[in-house]
Design a protein around this ligand. Structure first.
Ligand code: ATP
Ligand code: MG
Length: 291
């Protein structure tokens, strides 16, 4: 009966690198998920959303077939599975790179040196399209796990795999040569949602919350006190979209300055702010932000 309640159905990775971050994103959307450990489907407590917990490999196809309306999956898996779905949002987490690695003792100066080589990977489709785009004629050896042992087994010359720390490569006497594909988590949707007004409006409502949560993550609320006579200087330092809010203080010579700034900018400007006379500088997280 769960499947017929009219709720939007979201496919999430059951247990893996994207699970916690995806649940956190829902939490920042004020969507409460009950304990899910052993179950395949859970319903949000305070939102019309059913969550299907699946192996990430299955998510693109389930969304394409409409078993789930939407899903969260890495671009690596999405493009490897070649599923015909809409990419609705890039989510900014789960970032990783698919890279080419070669034996430590070797060098690779030019792409053309890949011609005639055997490359082991669990992403044969992504690798093949990269090779085709670059006019390289190499043999793709498909392996489902532990790709990094392929060269020492003599099964392949090089590998193409997700590389995070490089420790696994080192252990197998390999080194990273260059990146082939950059991936992050994306929200995907079934193509037919566009033609289903009910599902479409459910998705649009969810997207308002997701966009607000994603925007809020990139921004912080900056507060400080400043002497009135340095206000112009301080305003010129603040990289705010809108002009900052200026509030009077008990001391008539001083004002409070509030602004929303990109999180990344704070560490570039706080010294300039202090030098310009700002004091009591506070940087606060923003939970939600509608722009
Ligand atoms: P499943 O059991 O669901 O099939 P899995 O073992 O195939 O899981 P994970 O290792 O959990 O998959 O990775 C899920 C996704 O996380 C990958 O497809 C990729 O998009 C992303 N990912 C991989 N490595 C990293 C990393 N080092 N940091 C962040 N994200 C990563
Ligand atoms: Mg998987």
């Amino acid at each position: 009966d769960n499947m017929l309640n009219g709720n939007l159905k979201l496919a999430l990775q059951k247990n893996g690198r994207l699970t916690e971050k995806s649940l956190n994103l829902l939490k920042s959307c004020d969507i409460d998920i009950e304990e899910y450990s052993a179950r395949l489907i859970v319903t949000a407590r305070n939102y019309n959303l059913d969550i299907l917990l699946l192996r990430d490999d299955d998510i693109p196809e389930y969304v394409m077939d409409g078993v789930a309306d939407i899903g969260i999956v890495g671009e690596d898996v999405l493009y490897e599975k070649k599923a015909n779905v809409d990419v609705v949002r890039k989510l900014g987490y789960g970032k990783c790179k698919l890279s080419l690695a070669i034996p430590e003792s070797q060098t690779l100066e030019d792409l053309s040196e890949l011609n005639g080589k055997r490359i082991a990977t669990s992403f044969p489709n992504i690798l093949k399209s990269y090779l085709t785009q670059n006019n390289i004629n190499a043999t793709v050896v498909e392996i489902s796990g532990s790709v990094e042992i392929a060269p020492s087994l003599g099964v392949a010359d090089y590998i193409c795999d997700l590389v995070s720390t490089g420790n696994t490569l080192k252990f197998n006497k390999l080194k990273k040569s260059f990146d082939i594909f950059s991936s992050q988590a994306v929200l995907i949707a079934n193509k037919n949602i566009e033609n289903d007004p009910d599902k479409k409006s459910q998705l649009d409502n969810l997207l308002v919350r997701i966009d607000s949560a994603l925007t809020a993550r990139k921004s912080k609320y900056l507060m400080m006190n400043a002497p009135k006579n340095s206000l112009e200087k301080i305003e010129s330092i603040i990289p705010s979209l809108k002009s900052p809010t200026i509030l009077p203080l008990a001391d008539p010579e001083m004002v409070a300055v509030h602004a929303v700034i990109p999180t990344s900018k704070f560490w570039e400007i706080y010294k300039d702010l202090k030098e310009a006379g700002a004091s009591g500088i506070l940087l606060l997280p923003i939970e939600n932000m509608i722009v």
